[in-house]
Design a protein around this ligand. Sequence first.
Ligand code: ADP
Ligand code: MG
Length: 321
Amino acid sequence: MKEFDLIEAFFKEKGHQRRDVQIGIGDDAAVLSVPAGQSLVVTTDTLIDGVHFPHNTPGRAVASKAVAVNLSDLAAMGAEPAWLSLSLSIPQVDENWLNGFSLGLQELTDYYSVQLIGGDTVRGPLSITVTAQGFVPQNQALTRSGAKPGDWIYVTGTLGDAGLGLDMMQGRMDVAARHKNYLSNRLNCPTPRVLAGTMLRRIATSCIDISDGLIQDLRHILKASDVSAIIQVDKLPFSQAMQDAVVNEQAIRYALTSGDDYELLFTVPEEQKSNLQHALSTTSEPVTCIGQITGGQDKLELRRGKEKVSYEMLGYQHFGD
Ligand code: ADP
Ligand code: MG
């Protein structure tokens, strides 16, 4: 199969088609209309076989992860997603794998009303680069740098599931059969918090998506905002699967240090708390308050109730103060 036929068969005019795409797949470049008064928000992420997803992951799951991690970055900026481009490197034309990949792509583009507008296809080690573009009203993008002492710290969803899912898939953790599907989906097909992200505009003072674990990603906010934080480990939200699989201490460890959850971590000033509850009551996006921003530079304290918890107690020696 030639590159041209491959694009026709798997990518051209598949999935959602948008009116703001003047020229999509098929010419030398795409031509797009950005709505007046909106800023264009652009992000890109590469997934490499055996590094960012296990070797032999089905095409459908790879497509859904490649799209989801990019949409998650847009969500963290408060942007509404619009367009995707795809740079695909494949070792050979495996039609079965490509069918699954194309199906996964269509499912996500349909669900989020985004359009695949172009890309590139080359022969090489399996790797997928997606670029996602979206809109945010001018001056309303969420950033990492606006957190202020006193702001409350929130997360969407539950934490640690992708890490537990990875340990399960690699045979390091035994999990009840009824939770296996949920956990492998949390790892391979994360849910980008697109709706929550757009609703946080003008409510959150800072926002980031959790790709490297709560501690690492919170550190990015603390550094960019020049503040410190207290996290209540007894408030961390866990899935039923997590609660059934491990003791609380280990669940906390997963939540703090394992990556790939793609939940949003954000800060909200006291006076915006009721707006947050109101905005979220119209959606099914769950959020949990897990701590508070404090003064001082880039210090992160963990507490259980009023008592301080040491990083060492969690078997964690990377940071510590
Ligand atoms: P060129 O050689 O001019 O760069 P290509 O032959 O690489 O063009 O691509 C032809 C068309 O197909 C372009 O519109 C390009 O954006 C699109 N395209 C190529 N590969 C992909 C892909 N994997 N997914 C989506 N669109 C693709
Ligand atoms: Mg060209």
